[in-house]
Each structure stands twice: as structure tokens, then as C-alpha cells.
Design a protein around this ligand. Structure first.
Ligand SMILES: [Zn+2]
Length: 324
């Protein structure tokens, strides 16, 4: 007993042991930069998603996700106060696999940045228009019927936009899928909807009326659930952007069940996550495309006073500082 105990303490403190068996004192990315603390979580989930793909028909995704963002290159940018630096991502190699948690997160950041840039221009051009956050749902479906269900929901949405009562003059629409406790899929549509000022007057639609319009468009034999929320006049529609341009499937659902996830991959192959309609198309149609750049503004401009490199250490579930 006591031998075992002393063995353990020796292996921790013995300086003659190779470095790899020493406790790791190297600073992690999250220790050095508050704003970069999310990297560890996403990269750790990427390992789990990669494991799901291993030895499946999507083996190639397992390799790609495994190689994704293994090394992060950050610039040191001085802050105003002396001796304080901020880390800004300079470069990284991303795999761009649809359900890679790191790439899904980066893609959402890039989309959000684009929308934050474009929406104020729309508000400037249409100062009296109002904004709604509309969610459309249908009953859960088996995951192997997801593709068919989404296809039908998207067609139903187009029918909805053609109804006489449809108040939207522009919209950003995204599709989200969550996993029900029973393993069924719960697909729903989130929409940021721009409406003419008359909506809060003669053209107002009650929640009940929205339910009816969605039921009619989707040709359902039951009352579906919709949620509609008006964005207060004094608020900018940007407040809703995080709800609309987030992940398509949240990370906890990606990693929960391997079989479900493999079927989800098959079902969502080449389906579109984001669509832009009406007058908003001329402001931000590029939201419909995969962002070319997943690094973002951080890599541009400003002086840097050196670089720090961090490598993913799977065994520690952390990005650690390295000397390249
Ligand atoms: Zn990736």
C-alpha cells in the first residue's frame, strides 16, 4: 500500500523523469486569454465528434476533424495600458466539416459579424419598419425522416411567405435541429422578420393567427406551435442575431449518441442552414454561403508585437502554449 503511494508521489516530483510524465505546468490558452476560453470546449467536442465518425462510412470526416485547429497562432496586440497585451487569432487550419464543433462555432461567429455589419444599414434605410422573431415548429420526427421533414418545412415556409396575410418584407431564416429525449429529431425554423410599420395596426397578427397561417401553409392536420415575439421599437434587430445565426445542431446533441449523429449527418448532407429573403437579400445574401474566412477580423490590421502558439493537447483537454 505505502509503496504504491510513494511511487505515485515520486512520479510526480522526480525531476529526472522525462518531461511527458511531469505534471504539466505550461500555461493554457484559457489561462492567458479570457476571451479565448471557449476554444477548449469546442476542440474537446471535436475530438468526440471525430470519434463518432471513426470506423463509420464517414471515416474521412474523422481524419479531417481530428486535424482541425490543432495549432493556433495568436498575435500579441498591445492594449492602451502599458504592458498589457491582448491575444488575437492570426491563423489556424480549419477542416470545414459541417458538424465539426470548432468550425460550426467559427462559421456562426463569421455569420454574426456579417449580420451585425449589415443590419444597421437596413435600419437606417427603413427606420420605421419593425422586427419580429418568429419560430415555426412541427411535431418531432424520427431522425431518418429528417431530410424529408425539412424539405417539406422549407416548402411550407415558402408557401407561408406567399399568403396574402404574410407581413414580412425581409427575413433571415435558419433551421435548427435538436434531439428529443426519445431520440426523435425536433426540427424548427427561426426567422428574423422585418415588417412594415402598419403591422402594429391594421395588419397585426395574433399568436393564434400565426398558428393558423403556419398550419395552413404546412398543410397540417393538427395545430402546430409557433412563437412570435416583437423586438421593442427602441431595440436594434441585432439583439436577435445570436438566436438566428447560431449552430444548426447544438454540440451536446452532436455528441450525445453516435448512431443518431451518423444518421443526422446523412440526413442533413448538403441541406441549407441559412436563407435570406425579401429586401434583406440585397444587404446580406452572402449569409447563405459558407464563409471563406473562419479567422475573422482579428487577423487583420493593427500592429503585433510577436506571436504565441498554442497546440491542442488532447490528454489535457486544453490548448497549451508551445515553443514552435
Ligand atoms: Zn473543423
Amino acid at each position: 500500500m505505502s509503496d504504491n503511494k510513494s511511487d505515485a508521489s515520486i512520479s510526480i516530483s522526480n525531476p529526472s523523469l522525462p518531461l511527458s510524465t511531469q505534471p504539466d505546468q505550461t500555461p493554457g490558452l484559457a489561462d492567458l486569454s479570457d476571451r479565448d476560453q471557449f476554444w477548449d470546449k469546442h476542440r474537446n467536442n471535436a475530438d468526440r465528434v471525430s470519434d463518432h465518425y471513426a470506423r463509420s462510412r464517414y471515416q474521412k470526416y474523422a481524419y479531417r476533424i481530428n486535424d482541425c485547429s490543432q495549432m493556433l497562432d495568436f498575435r500579441l496586440v498591445p492594449e492602451q495600458s502599458d504592458g498589457v497585451y491582448k491575444l488575437k487569432l492570426s491563423s489556424a487550419k480549419f477542416c470545414r466539416t459541417r458538424f465539426c464543433p470548432v468550425c460550426q462555432w467559427r462559421r456562426s461567429l463569421m455569420w454574426k459579424a456579417k449580420a451585425y455589419q449589415a443590419l444597421p444599414k437596413v435600419v437606417q434605410d427603413y427606420p420605421k419598419h419593425r422586427w419580429l422573431f418568429l419560430t415555426l415548429t412541427v411535431k418531432n420526427c424520427p431522425v431518418d425522416e429528417l431530410r424529408k421533414t425539412l424539405d417539406w418545412m422549407n416548402k411550407s415556409f415558402i408557401r407561408l411567405t406567399k399568403l396574402k396575410d404574410w407581413p414580412g418584407v425581409g427575413w433571415i431564416k435558419s433551421v435548427e435541429v435538436t434531439r428529443g429525449r426519445d431520440g426523435n429529431a425536433h426540427p424548427h425554423i427561426h426567422t428574423l422578420l422585418m415588417v412594415a410599420p402598419g403591422y402594429f395596426g391594421p395588419n397585426y397578427l395574433s399568436q393564434e393567427r400565426w398558428n393558423e397561417l403556419w398550419q395552413q401553409s404546412a398543410r397540417l392536420d393538427y395545430k402546430p406551435v409557433t412563437h412570435v415575439r416583437a423586438i421593442a421599437k427602441e431595440h436594434n434587430p441585432c439583439v436577435i442575431i445570436p438566436e438566428i445565426l447560431k449552430y444548426q445542431v447544438k454540440e451536446s446533441d452532436l455528441i450525445a449518441n453516435r448512431e443518431w449523429f451518423l444518421e443526422l449527418t446523412k440526413q442533413l448532407h448538403k441541406t441549407r442552414a441559412v436563407a435570406v429573403g425579401g429586401v434583406l437579400r440585397s444587404y446580406m445574401a452572402d449569409l447563405e454561403r459558407e464563409p471563406e474566412d473562419l479567422v475573422g477580423e482579428d487577423s487583420k490590421g493593427e500592429v503585433d508585437e510577436g506571436h504565441l502558439y498554442f497546440a491542442w493537447k488532447r490528454e489535457h483537454k486544453k490548448y497549451k502554449l508551445i515553443d514552435p
